[in-house]
Design a protein around this ligand. Structure first.
Ligand SMILES: [Zn+2]
Length: 86
């Protein structure tokens, strides 16, 4: 199930993400191989579903992570044109 739109989808349609860290600190990081340990969440690789997931605070809940998770890396991966890094 996609944590953004909450629609059922096959694993092939979704990307797996896990709680990790990037240059900004704790972050939702993509796990394209599906090999990372720990809890994962699945998401359609679209900005719409990413934004829905962020608005619903779905990532901390799905990944059992208490605290903020940066999605900049994930957002940039899904749509490089949204990279707003100065
Ligand atoms: Zn979705």
């Amino acid at each position: 199930m996609c944590v953004g739109c909450r629609e059922r989808a096959t694993a092939l349609e979704l990307i797996r993400v896990v709680a990790g860290s990037d240059a900004h600190g704790p972050a939702v990081v993509p796990d394209p191989d599906g090999t990372a340990h720990g809890r994962g969440a699945h998401l359609h690789p679209t900005i719409a579903c990413l934004d829905l997931a962020v608005r619903r605070r779905a990532f901390p809940r799905a990944l059992r992570f208490a605290g903020g998770l940066d999605v900049t890396t994930l957002r940039t991966m899904i749509d490089p044109s949204t990279d707003t890094t100065p």
